[in-house]
Structure formats: structure tokens, C-alpha cells
Design a protein around this ligand. Structure first.
Ligand SMILES: [Zn+2]
Length: 72
């Protein structure tokens, strides 16, 4: 049987079989692929929902939407 070439998953550093068994190579799984892409995206783009601090300044005098009282 031929020797199976393996690569290292960039996300978790696990050996990944370089064959049709690993559709997400060089990642070991779709999860690791998405994690790597997510890390790349977070460096290139702003994460949606992340407050920037400018553009929409918070108004300290504005009342909260609902009287949140987590202590109750
Ligand atoms: Zn992995």
C-alpha cells in the first residue's frame, strides 16, 4: 500500500491525511477550517456587533430600554 502523505493542521497541529478522506485539508476538520478563516477574518475585518467607540456614541443620559435589574 502506498505511503499516506500527511500534513499538519494549521489550527490544532494534528496530522492530517492528505487524501480524499480529508476534504478540509490542510485542516483536519471543517471546524478547524472555519476557526482559521475566522481568525483571518477578524484580523482583516471588524467583527459585526463589536462596538467601535465612534460612529454611534452612547448617550449616558438616555434611559435604558427596560429597567434591567438582574439582582431580582
Ligand atoms: Zn485541526
Amino acid at each position: 500500500m502506498p505511503a499516506v502523505r500527511t500534513v499538519t493542521c494549521p489550527t490544532c497541529n494534528r496530522p492530517v491525511e492528505w487524501s480524499e478522506k480529508s476534504p478540509y485539508r490542510p485542516f483536519c476538520s471543517e471546524r478547524c477550517k472555519l476557526i482559521d478563516l475566522g481568525a483571518w477574518a477578524s484580523e482583516q475585518h471588524t467583527i459585526p456587533g463589536e462596538p467601535l467607540g465612534d460612529g454611534q456614541p452612547e448617550d449616558p443620559d438616555h434611559e435604558p430600554p427596560n429597567g434591567s435589574d438582574p439582582s431580582k
